[in-house]
Design a protein around this ligand. Sequence first.
Ligand SMILES: CC(C)(COP(=O)(O)OP(=O)(O)OC[C@H]1O[C@@H](n2cnc3c(N)ncnc32)[C@H](O)[C@@H]1OP(=O)(O)O)[C@@H](O)C(=O)NCCC(=O)NCCS
Length: 213
Amino acid sequence: MNRYIKKLITDPSGYIQSNLRELKYQVNQWYYSGFMHIVLALKGVRANKAVFYNKSNFYRCPESTIKIGQNCIFDSSKHHNMIGVNSCCIVATLSKQAQLTIGNASGFSGVKIGCFQSITIGDDCLTGANVLITDSDWHPIDPARRHEFGEDAPIATRPVKIGNNVFIGVNSIILKGTTIGNNSVIGAGSVVSGTIPANVIAAGNPCKVIKSL
Ligand SMILES: CC(C)(COP(=O)(O)OP(=O)(O)OC[C@H]1O[C@@H](n2cnc3c(N)ncnc32)[C@H](O)[C@@H]1OP(=O)(O)O)[C@@H](O)C(=O)NCCC(=O)NCCS
């Protein structure tokens, strides 16, 4: 008997809903990838062969750069990966000098990336749902200047560098000045500020190395 028929007989409702789901997201991916490539071209963002589920929100500040390698995935669908994506992917450069670079084949689910100076993310990274990555405090720390915004405001920024094949757990926050070495894993819900070496598992708030890989 055909393998597919055998599966259907074993669990008809399970296999029918799973195939319908697959079809739904094939169509979603096809439609939104086409749409997003037009939007990104108009915004001056390079994202060769990127795949999109639902609409992502990209903003490129004039004169800044957003470069995305080949075959990245931006998942903004609330239900596609079943982990609970809270909002669409938001990828933004927020100053003229900002440089955001993402390598090849990295995947993002409802990620928020806010780049004021420099954020580099390597190849093959997996970024769990709702992760925030930013290289800036967004507001001045000095109480007297706290409400200033714009180019002359004294807002602290420090580059963020995430290596290749890094896996960042769901709901983690990557703060300014963070470096994460190749292959490392950041536990779910971590708050990372500083340097995490290559080939380790690190977790918690503040994020600390818990074991080597
Ligand atoms: C970090 C992680 C990979 C560690 O898994 P593990 O190697 O099996 O580690 P363990 O469960 O044995 O935990 C080891 C220690 O780290 C702690 N720990 C594990 N994950 C942690 C986390 N996210 N935050 C804080 N501490 C954590 C454990 O409490 C334990 O502490 P103890 O030794 O004092 O008891 C896993 O906990 C995790 O967070 N996975 C990410 C899941 C995820 O977000 N997926 C993305 C889906 S989109």
